[in-house]
Design a protein around this ligand. Sequence first.
Ligand SMILES: [Fe+2]
Ligand SMILES: [Fe+2]
Length: 259
Amino acid sequence: MKNFRILFFGDVVGPDATKRLASSLWGLRKKYGADMAIVNGENCAPGNGIDKAGADMLLSGGADVITTGNHVFKRFEADSLLDDEPGIIRPANYPPQLSGAGFSLCDCGSATVLVINLLGLVDMEPLACPFATADKILAENRGKYDFSIVDFHAEATSEKKAMLFYLDGRVTALVGTHTHVETADETVTESGTAYITDVGMCGAEASVLGVKPECIIRRLTTHHPVKFEVAEGKTVLCGVLIEIDPATRKAVSIKRIKE
Ligand SMILES: [Fe+2]
Ligand SMILES: [Fe+2]
């Protein structure tokens, strides 16, 4: 049986990057032989958050699941989007009365993949414990999936590494998002969990985390509120390719990709 491959792209920032990723995703799936594609779309709307136009583009462009993060509820339309489209998920440790689900069981033909979205708490909002939330979702879905992947949308590298040791051997892959800066620590543990602290972003190359540098410099030098504008120009698509052996259900490799 051939290895199962998951292509995961980090935070898409703004409509230009969304358009580029959506128009090239089927081609990239083919190029990397991917059986599944996951995209973090928390910032695919103009400015901030997720909107229907961006989500539709990514889903029809080849994303099986869209994960999100701390910006998911920035736009009012996010609620109906999360309720209507099971392929779009939001962090599972938000209060349960909010719209949407924190995980998705994705039928990819040859395998069913459990995708979990969690938000970190360090230097972020005081939500429910992401560690306990992961335990709960894994227990609830036992026996219902072949492989599992967690998008841990978190600020602190320490919290992400701690989550790796906490979930080691219990999930097939754990990838970090949110910082928009790709880390060089991709690894597969002895227990067969693929990991990277942050996948990086899909956005303008000449930018500060996808935003026009002048906005960020003005903010940092004046400490005055500044409207963040999405940077334009050449975009870079940062992601990882994770390969899983279906016989052992363990990850065998994780590779950073930049397109
Ligand atoms: Fe974020
Ligand atoms: Fe982001």
